[in-house]
Write a protein that binds this ligand. Structure first.
Ligand code: HEM
Length: 362
């Protein structure tokens, strides 16, 4: 089945091309950022930001991906300066209008996001980093590896919404959705194995603090903004009205791609996949074995990701380790626990409906 869904894929966002671009001539200056940050050298960071900020006519000459790359590079300096306690915009004349314009041109917020900092950030010697620590590269690897898989997963979610549960294409689509979401399990295992909670809490977390632009505070490029909630909405969350999760989701959605942002409204009021299959299988689950097994596997991947993720998040936000009470996406450990609980409840529903594997008595 050809799945390229024009509602979800926006060819203007060419990550590989953006990663290769250096529209501000920032490769050299940004390589020095880790040393400036290590020395808390706000003066050098601010001077670099002043030098790199383009004029509005320069921005007008950028193409779409150059606008994304320019935002990525200005963003590294915004987060760095704020990390040392200084709001960057008052220090750099003309920067605010440039950020607003770059946001407008790309239909994104007026600062960098997790997409800029990871997917559109080159690997190797040109990689833009706050700290230069190899653990930072591992952390960036989480969104880098999971966002493209999530994109594939969301295309399957869209196709599933348009496919009758009795259609022979339904169960294979659900299996493919599971294959793509399983990437989250691997990604978090890698981070847990190679990033210490102390490094995240004390070295990285401060760079994701909010920066004031155009009268609002905008959170930094945190993994918490990877829009996994869109898969939740399609799978189970459109049936639930958890106010804390909804508020988190609304805020996070601002930080993602315009085509994905639009899905929140579309998917919020549709019956979820869990509900559709529960209703289909209630009278007699027997004909729905393949569907229910696939659904159980998808839900289990989400539970495994969230269980491992909560484990490391708890360690990073322990009172004696943390510098901040709230996460970089503005949420709390309590929020993560409640999202995990809701995901688990739905995984339990899927498991109860799924046929017992061979060798297991029902
Ligand atoms: C040491 C590493 C990490 C820590 C301490 C951590 C911590 C947190 C915390 C505290 C939250 C709650 C919301 C908020 O931040 O405001 C959160 C949310 C989230 N984080 Fe992480 N995180 C880490 C790594 C990752 C990685 C590698 C990913 C991979 C994609 C990720 C994906 C998410 C997602 C998708 C959410 C939204 C809630 C959800 O969907 O369950 N995080 N994280």
């Amino acid at each position: 089945m050809h799945l390229a869904d024009p509602r979800l894929r926006d060819a203007r966002f060419d990550g590989a091309r953006t990663a290769g671009l250096d529209p501000l001539g920032a490769d050299g200056p940004l390589a020095a950022v880790p040393a400036m940050n290590a020395g808390a050298d706000v003066r050098a960071l601010t001077a670099a930001l002043r030098r790199l900020t383009p004029s509005l006519p320069e921005v007008a000459a950028f193409d779409f991906c150059e606008c994304l790359a320019a935002m990525r590079d200005l963003g590294l300096l915004l987060g760095s300066i704020k990390r040392h306690g200084v709001q960057p915009l008052p220090e750099v004349p003309g920067l605010e209008t440039v950020l607003v314009e770059l946001g407008r041109r790309t239909e994104m917020i007026p600062r960098d996001t997790v997409h800029h900092y990871t997917e559109w950030n080159p690997l190797g010697p040109r990689q833009r980093m706050y700290t230069g620590d190899p653990q930072e590269t591992v952390l960036m690897g989480g969104p880098r590896a999971s966002i493209p898989e999530l994109g594939q997963a969301l295309e399957r979610c869209a196709a599933l919404a348009d496919t009758d549960v009795a259609d022979p294409a339904f169960a294979p689509l659900l299996q493919e959705l599971g294959d793509h979401l399983a990437a989250f399990e691997t990604v978090i295992a890698d981070v847990v194995a190679r990033v210490s909670p102390e490094f995240f809490a004390q070295q990285m977390r401060p760079y994701y603090e909010e920066v004031a632009v155009a009268g609002r505070d905008w959170l930094g490029p945190a993994a918490a903004h990877v829009p996994l909630y869109l898969a939740d909405l399609a799978l189970w969350a459109s049936d639930d009205n958890d106010p804390a999760y909804e508020a988190f989701l609304e805020e996070s959605a601002e930080h993602t791609l315009p085509a994905w942002r639009g899905l929140v409204r579309q998917w919020r009021d549709r019956p979820s996949i869990v509900r559709r299959l529960r209703e289909a299988a209630e009278p007699d689950p027997a004909p729905w074995g393949a569907h229910l097994t696939a659904l159980h596997r998808v839900m289990r991947s989400l539970v495994v990701f969230r269980g491992r993720h909560l484990g490391i998040a708890r360690k990073a936000y322990k009172e004696e380790v943390r510098l901040y009470e709230l996460g970089s996406g503005g949420g709390s450990i309590g929020l993560l626990q409640s999202i995990l609980d809701l995901t688990r409840e739905n995984a339990v529903t899927a498991k109860a409906l799924a046929p017992a594997p061979a060798g297991r008595t029902a």
